[in-house]
Design a protein around this ligand. Structure first.
Ligand SMILES: [Zn+2]
Length: 155
């Protein structure tokens, strides 16, 4: 019984080999079918998140939760300094003060929908504390102090 099975398998194998060598298009067709199957798996519902979200998340790293405070260019907030520590004119939705030992000048930090650039420092801005620049003292007070996740944006 076994001998017969082996013989049948051998004949089948020889038949396949001879078919592939006799009709190369058959072999190419078989290979193409395998590639198509792989493509189908990669584009399946379970794999959809990989090509769409990988480029974005690869450029951002969560730095964890920070205490986010606000300041402006007034005497109370900035001691009469019109420029930031790095020499730039501070701008709302752009300028942020951070602990320069961890996040040097020019570091891009995203909080919520806004990407800020580290341009300033402050005596109370240490470790997981950032200070966002606002146009007016009222706005800085109104936004207040809160806790938020901060993301390092890598370019
Ligand atoms: Zn102020």
């Amino acid at each position: 019984m076994r001998r017969i099975m082996r013989k049948v398998l051998l004949i089948a194998a020889v038949f396949c080999l001879s078919l592939m060598s006799a009709f190369p298009a058959f072999a190419v067709g078989a290979v193409t079918e395998i590639i198509t199957d792989t493509d189908f798996v990669n584009s399946g519902p379970g794999a959809q998140q990989i090509p769409e979200e990988e480029p974005e998340t690869a450029q951002e790293v969560s730095l964890g939760m920070f205490t986010v405070t606000g300041y402006c260019g007034c005497d109370r907030c900035s001691s009469g300094n019109n420029l930031t520590y790095s020499g730039t004119v501070p701008a709302p939705n752009h300028t942020i003060s951070a602990d320069l030992t961890h996040y040097p000048i020019g570091t891009k930090l995203r909080i919520g929908d806004i990407i800020y650039t580290v341009e300033d420092k402050g005596s109370s801005v240490k470790g997981n504390v950032v200070d966002i620049f606002y146009a007016t003292h009222e706005e800085a007070l109104a936004k207040g102090t809160y806790t938020a996740e901060v993301f390092l944006v890598q370019e």
